[in-house]
Design a protein around this ligand. Structure first.
Ligand code: SAH
Length: 507
């Protein structure tokens, strides 16, 4: 059996967009993923379906597996011949015990590589507007831990002898020791009015910054409710944060939204919300997989040039259709002279990726409007139409077209199934924290949310979300399934939905 390999990979400070290219590539090809609690649930959509997932850390350190056991897991998985990704928050060699893991691997003769990550202090610095160095204020930078060992309250750090002049001190794991630490720094000669900023959940949508001075920060942080994980920054530059905190100025920063999506797919909506500063929980309610009957595929493509219209009702349909198409043909011209219709803009955008123009998009993105728009072209009588669909597609479209005397073939290219939410990190986060809002973009999203509701019960203290709909059809589905509609987008598009969210929840 071939020997496996272990990659000690830094996942960065939390925001999934701050992952390195190398880390992303390794996660996407991992056969076993060993991860900690600080690793963001959004990474999970990168993980291949058949990858074994092993969580070795729970919150607060003391629930986590002992280091010896983690090392034993790494060795065992590598010996099974797997490509193991050991994903760690921030950088693996910075307060992450990555060195111990590397040593254990080296001693066991197992091949390993180390991939650096953006460490929490750098993430905190950038996203809070506190430069780590500045020509006018400091030339010394210290990374120090408030706990050497999360199990142990004491620290052997000699606080009094840290550089007091022209320095910036970044404390990791320091929240629970903030009071004694500040006291020791003052006793050691740090001016009482040295600016301090504590950056909680740096780089993420729910990042918070608690600001004070060395002699007030302990009190201030209590009132603020500061919790780990946070980086405590002590030094003149900490006072710059208010001017330079570009991230806090984003309209949705500090808000948390739930977006339903399918497993294995990043969501365009999540990206839009995140760019506006929001934190997004992507609930992978369903998984979408290619599902094409080989015989049907052969039949459809044999006749493809005889169709008058090719109709797509979702971006997924477009993807799986063209994937199959190019397995059969080499040239896009094999499509023939047919016309193409798409249910909405996102579907047309997906079609555009194949350098194909969509001839018809209805004003409203739903099956009824699509049928009406096709019928309005006056070309349905005896027309041959190929409708590309998933297993759940509504029959409205086909029924209406057949009523208008079209000859309709349905080409099923994918199927939608529910995922198991009981162990999904994103679902767990939702149960614990709740959200400001939950956004529904389709009736099927509403349906799977309600059907999986038992896995999505909010715990005590979790924020109760407002329910937000992209448009009429989705709202109708929400009402039918007993959900209120707190907010609806003006027109059924992602941009309009985001606009409505900013208007209601923005700063
Ligand atoms: N290897 C990690 C550090 C792990 S120690 C790195 O390079 O970043 C864990 C500590 O990191 C936490 O107690 C906290 O101080 C800090 N930390 C990790 N993620 C953080 C985040 N998103 N925001 C603020 N602090 C964070």
């Amino acid at each position: 059996m071939p020997e496996g390999i272990v990659y000690l990979v830094g996942a960065g400070p939390g925001n999934p967009e701050l992952l390195t290219v190398r880390a992303k590539e390794l996660i996407e090809s991992a056969q076993a993923l060993v991860y900690d609690y600080l690793v963001h649930p959004a990474f999970m959509h990168l993980v291949p379906r058949d990858c074994e997932m092993i969580c070795v850390g729970k919150r607060k350190g003391f629930h986590s597996k002992p280091q010896s056991e983690i090392q034993a897991i790494l060795l065992r998985k590598a010996k099974e011949g797997k490509r193991v990704v050991r994903l760690k928050g921030g950088d693996p060699f910075l307060f992450g015990r990555g060195g111990e893991e590397a040593k254990a691997l080296q001693e066991a003769g197992i091949e390993f590589e180390v991939v650096p990550g953006i460490t929490a202090a750098m993430g905190a610095s950038a996203y809070s507007g506190i430069p780590l160095t500045d020509r006018n204020t400091n030339a010394t930078l210290v990374f120090v831990t408030g706990h050497e060992d999360p199990q142990k309250m004491d620290t052997t750090v000699d606080w009094a002898s840290l550089p007091k002049k022209n320095s910036m001190i970044c404390v990791y794991m320091g929240v629970s020791n903030l009071e004694p630490m500040a006291r020791r720094l003052i006793e050691g000669g740090f001016p009482r009015d040295t600016p301090v900023a504590c950056v909680e959940w740096a780089t993420l949508g729910h990042q918070r910054i608690c600001r004070g001075k060395l002699d007030t920060i302990s009190e201030v942080s209590k009132a603020f409710g500061l919790k780990a994980p946070a980086i405590i920054m002590v030094g003149e530059n900490a006072a710059m944060s208010e001017e330079l905190s570009w991230f806090e100025k984003k309209p949705l920063q500090g808000r948390r939204f739930v977006v339903t999506r399918s497993r294995g797919q990043a969501s365009e909506l999540s990206a839009k919300l995140e760019r506006l500063g929001a934190e997004v929980i992507g609930l992978p309610l369903i998984s979408i997989t290619r599902n094409i009957d080989p015989q049907t595929k052969e039949d459809v493509f044999k006749e493809i040039a005889s169709y008058d219209w090719l109709v797509f009702s979702s971006p997924n349909g477009v993807r799986f259709f063209f994937e199959a198409f190019f397995e059969t043909f080499e040239d896009i011209r094999s499509l023939g002279f047919l016309r193409i219709a798409a249910v909405g803009k996102s579907t047309a955008k997906e079609i555009k990726k194949y350098y194909v123009t969509t001839d018809l998009i209805p004003d409203e993105a739903n099956a009824e409007s699509l049928a009406d728009a096709l019928i309005a072209t006056d070309s349905m009588d005896s027309a041959k139409i190929l409708v590309v669909a998933g297993n759940l597609g509504r029959d409205v479209l086909i029924d209406k077209l057949e009523e208008a005397r079209a000859i309709v073939d349905r080409f099923e290219v994918y199927k939608t199934e529910q995922t198991d939410l009981s162990e999904q990190p994103a679902a767990k986060q939702f149960r614990e924290q709740g959200a400001d809002g939950i956004l529904f973009t389709s009736s099927s999203g509403v349906r799977s949310f309600v059907e999986q509701a038992k896995h999505l019960q909010l715990g005590d203290g979790a924020l109760r979300p407002k329910t937000i709909s992209i448009g009429k059809i989705t709202s109708a589905a929400m009402k039918e399934m007993g959900l209120p509609v707190d907010l609806q987008a003006k027109e059924a598009s992602l941009d309009s939905l985001v606009e409505a969210v900013v208007k209601r929840f923005g700063k």
